[in-house]
Design a protein around this ligand. Structure first.
Ligand code: GRF
Length: 202
């Protein structure tokens, strides 16, 4: 199985997946990293790991659909089976979702369905929840919406700032994202409507 990761920023989740592949915890190849941001540190991480990178300049495309058709060309060229969105700051168009149906994962820094969107950590903190945490889910046509694979609970402390809370959420992300990828690669995820059943969960 062949994985591609899409990133726009720091790429700490990409790094967690790279490390899990290197250690043999995820038995798959990670052969492509795509970014819509040429300055994303994720691209440096990928290059350091010897992974092919591709920067697709969004300004070259008039629509999201055109952008994603270019993305699909690269995924097909590299024979990609699984796409992992890891801090990819673009909404995926229906053509890409359909082409890789139930084969695109995303990580969101809040417990979905709460606090969708780009400010999941800040919104949870401002709302005053006592528990938050990341969610790994399948991607469907709606943003932050597809069937949930794994979540982790993170306690919100009275003196938390967005930064301190983010740090603890990211620690959990780096555990549950590689774990979800491993489950996918091992064929242990079964989608039943909105639910994801995990086979042989010990
Ligand atoms: C993570 O917080 C993830 O939940 C969100 O974007 C952030 C990406 O961080 N979707 P990084 O680039 O993996 O460090």
């Amino acid at each position: 199985m062949n994985i591609a990761v899409f990133c726009s920023g720091k790429g700490t989740n990409l790094q967690a997946i790279i490390d899990a592949v290197k250690k043999g915890e995820i038995k798959a190849g990670l052969s492509l990293v795509i970014s819509d941001n040429k300055d994303a540190y994720a691209l440096v991480r990928a290059k350091n790991a010897g992974i092919e990178t591709f920067f697709i300049d969004p300004s070259r495309f008039k629509t999201r659909d055109e952008f994603d058709r270019e993305v699909i060309k690269h995924l097909e060229r590299k024979k990609i089976d699984l796409v992992c969105l890891a801090g990819f700051m673009r909404i995926i168009s229906p053509c890409l979702v359909q082409r890789y149906k139930n084969r695109i994962l995303n990580i969101h820094p809040a417990l979905l369905p709460s606090f969708k969107g780009t400010e999941g950590i800040k919104d949870a903190l401002e709302y005053g929840v006592k528990i938050t945490g990341p969610t790994v889910h399948f991607v469907d046509e709606k943003m932050d919406h597809g069937p949930i694979i794994l979540q982790a609970a993170v306690e919100v402390k009275d003196d938390d700032t967005e930064e301190t809370l983010a740090e603890r959420i990211h620690q959990q992300e780096h555990i549950i994202y590689p774990k979800a990828v491993k489950l996918f690669v091992e064929g242990r995820l079964k989608i039943e409507g909105r639910k994801v059943k995990i086979k042989d969960q010990g």
